[in-house]
Design a binder for this molecule. Sequence first.
Ligand code: WT7
Length: 643
Amino acid sequence: MADSNVYPPGPDFVRGAHVKGMEGYRELYRRAAENPEEFWGALAEQELFWFKKWHHVFEWNPPDVKWFAGGQTNVCYNCVDRHLDTARKNKVAILWEGEPGDQRQISYQELHRLVSRFANVLKGRGLKTGDRAVIYMGMVPELPVALLACARLGIIHSVVFGGFSAEALKARIQDLEAQVVITCDGAWRRGKEVPLKSAVDEALIECPAVRDVIVLRRTGGAVEMREGRDHWWHELDEGASENCPAEPLDSEQPLYVLYTSGTTGKPKGIVHTTAGYLLQCVMTMKWVFDLREEDTYWCTADIGWVTGHSYIVYGPLAAGATAVMYEGAPDFPQPDRFWRLIEKYRVSIFYTSPTAIRSFIRQGDQWPNGHDMSSLRLLGSVGEPINPAAWEWYYKTIGKERCPIVDTWWQTETGAILIAPMPGAVPLKPGSASLPLPGILPEVVDLSGKTRETGQEGYLVIRRPWPSMARTLWRDPERYRSQYWERIHGSYMTGDAARMDQDGYFWILGRVDDVMNVSGHRLSTMEVESALVRHPAVAEAAVVGKPHEITGQAVACFVTLKKGSWDRPKLAEELRKWVAHEIGGFAKPEQIRFADALPKTRSGKIMRRLLREIVTANTVTGDVTTLEDLSVVTQLSSQADED
Ligand code: WT7
């Protein structure tokens, strides 16, 4: 926190910025805090197209909130149609590159045609406002087209990341009672085909509500098409009309459900709605990414996560941006693929994760140094705390000390960025997400809800509702209330620990619950534990996050086995594969350790704290007086890694 580590915005950047200097930031922040209705009302009027104006800016009956109640708009209309009678009509909306090197440039007019046709395809299958579509695709342009087509009609979409397994996909389709699944034959990843359609087939064995499967041909791999249920995208699309008006939808019409891990084994379906969500996505494109008409903007996330929803699809398109979209792996065919793309498309805004940055550091500076990246003017980071060393590397090696770095803190539940520096205003401190955006009132508190002193650690809460916040959990409003709004009465509980420094900067310290963060992806310890105990050899399992140099955390598992004689090294490998099969490849444990028993308190609760110490330091310190059987700890810590 020393002053030498503070980077004030450069004068050139400030001159062109949407928000100029600390006075600019403070003025906006003050207005939003003092009169949120006026503040958000004026922005909604200015930034969005409305079929019908709202009667109230917000109605707050904790934990229920309505933003722009009584209004009617349409997310797809705002992202596509309204650009068509402006100079943006022939601007490239999506600048796409496939992993094999194929390219597509889709203008706003072309996007309008693609979306309208596909919306008519969905209509033709009998889908209507309020129905649910599960989307399980790779990073191809038809993925945003599918999202936008759903949004056009008020069909609630739920994107399942292509790295999730058939099991995980099935659970989500069932929970949503989706009527349609939209997928691809497969996706390209490091030159190999990831089969998607076959995973859908496996998932659908137990999903009776699904009437139709629409399959985009991407890889050309062999797929089985079930007569009557499965249809090729291109066949349905061929005859579809390009005339499909956007439906006027209520401000609070659910836009999508995105599943994320909670502290139990069951993922939570986070529900986002229409107007407030879109407004905050658009505003943060300006406030945080300082988006200008001429920018070429690239967010490297996958649309399967919230970052891709808000900052590849809805935010950039509503703001009329040119957004780069890349299908494949960052290191294919070589570790410089990202830098190659930045050079080729003259990317000016680049948004990625600390995990990616750390793996670039490891690959060596020769890869970025071989490319002209002088088009860059702003860098972003998201998903996990960025360690100062990675920050400095990003700043120097990628940004050449010219580009501010916006460290953006937010969550699937928050819908949009809540804490991040406005790059033309707020001085940067490596490792801190800095100051809250206008309308956001974060605080660090103790468990009784009392504000912690400056510099003290505590729970990060948000004091007031904001437009893009999750409205509920799909079919589980009770869990929504108890998880987020009842722990600290009347405030939104983020689940993160944080501290605030003397300048009001927020330093996010990580999760306080049983949620791991692996490569910026949220994963619940319980979800992995439930997967492990479904294996016939496993009696009991405990899972903790283990610090990892590249991915932030890695999955470490402690397993007790059922009676029998097991080939342990072989079984450890089998269990790692099992978890990948049950959840998805990104959840594959790094480590499986076997024990005769797990350390538990007298009341039978697994002592995860001890296990965390074992995987971190391989020793146990601190209080073990509530431990049932200490010999278990000794055995676990002395055991060499099985893999
Ligand atoms: C959790 C949310 C937000 C999109 C990606 C992840 C951690 C996120 C930061 C950051 C420190 C961060 C938090 C948060 N996190 N961004 N800039 N600095 N931590 O979304 O899967 O909903 O995870 O990611 O722990 O609670 P998510």
